[in-house]
Write a new protein. Structure first.
Length: 319
């Protein structure tokens, strides 16, 4: 039996509750991920301990048929009971205490225009046409991170400004999320890219390299990303000294191409046509990068004399 789109999450919650039994309270909700991508949330509270578990599902991953929703509900419940689910336990007391949570605070870059709605009650710092937002790492896993977005309410509880939050987050990024810069030649030549990178480099980065070569751009390309997991590595352009050192080593300004929220491509080409490159970036974003991972359609330039980044080709809106 087909279930209407707006009813699927409620049906799923009903089946999760059925399989978990009376020891748990199950609620459902909805939130926006990056660039307005909808995510449904199932909040499960163990009544005896008060521990809350969150399970996130993207809108497109909800089955349309009742039987499939039943099976998914059973799997979520069984995974939770067997502690195999990729879920997170929120210790609200710890989250309220800045000193206890301080080392887990991180930042990331997102597109400001595409995230206008979710930024309304979120502390952020404008950066060019982007926004620096903040989150707490709850758990590190092999295939990703479980995080909580820092909103205005949490910031108010901590009693600090967003500027102070930025200082804390950037320091933690430098300590716990070091940046790597790898030449595209090395990536392309290695026959086991995923074994080397953990599969975190976007296919769009490699495809953009081939497109640029096809159009006669012979400049060298490098991928800047987070060294350990590759997640939210585009924020590496904010690390003090990273771009300056790279530009000085190569004695030229650096074109920055936003491959995704996880990485920037550093492109060295003194004769680059920014208009043409911008069109390529936008085309590849649409064709090869999931909406939730897109950062920008703009082209940026790091000016080594001024030690600053500026937009050299303003891209169209992402959404």
């Amino acid at each position: 039996m087909y279930v209407e789109k707006e009813m699927r999450i409620e049906e799923l919650c009903k089946y999760v509750k059925f399989w978990l039994g009376e020891a748990y309270q199950v609620d459902c909700g909805q939130s926006n991920k990056n660039n307005g991508v909808k995510e449904y949330n199932i909040l499960i509270q163990e009544l005896s301990s008060g521990t809350t578990i969150g399970v996130g599902l993207e809108e497109g991953n909800l089955p349309e048929e009742v039987d499939d929703l039943k099976r998914l509900g059973q799997k979520i419940a069984e995974d939770l009971l067997h502690k195999e689910a990729q879920t997170f336990a929120v210790d609200e007391a710890k989250l309220d205490d800045l000193e206890l949570i301080k080392d887990q605070i991180r930042l990331k870059l997102v597109n400001r225009q595409a995230n206008q709605e979710s930024l309304i009650q979120t502390p952020y710092i404008s950066y060019l046409d982007l926004a620096i937002t903040f989150y707490v790492v709850v758990r590190e896993m092999e295939n990703g991170k479980l995080t909580i977005r820092i909103n205005d309410e949490i910031l108010h509880q901590w009693g600090i400004t967003k500027e102070q939050l930025y200082v804390i987050a950037r320091r933690n990024m430098e300590r716990f999320a070091p940046i790597s810069i790898c030449s595209m030649e090395k990536i392309m030549m290695d026959s086991a890219v995923k074994a080397i990178t953990g599969g975190n480099y976007e296919e769009g980065a490699v495809f953009l390299n081939s497109v640029l070569l096809t159009h006669g751009h012979t400049g060298k390309m490098y991928v800047l990303t987070e060294e350990k997991s590759g997640l939210y590595g585009a924020s590496g352009i904010l690390y003090p000294g990273v771009l300056r050192q790279f530009a000085e080593e190569h004695q030229m300004d650096v074109i920055l191409l936003p491959s995704s929220v996880h990485e920037f491509i550093l492109f060295l080409d003194k004769d680059a046509d920014y208009q043409e490159i911008g069109e390529m970036v936008q085309s590849i974003n649409i064709r090869d990068v999931d909406l939730k991972d897109r950062l920008s359609n703009s082209v940026y330039l790091y000016d080594r004399v001024r030690n600053e980044i500026r937009i050299v080709k303003q891209g169209d809106a992402l959404v």
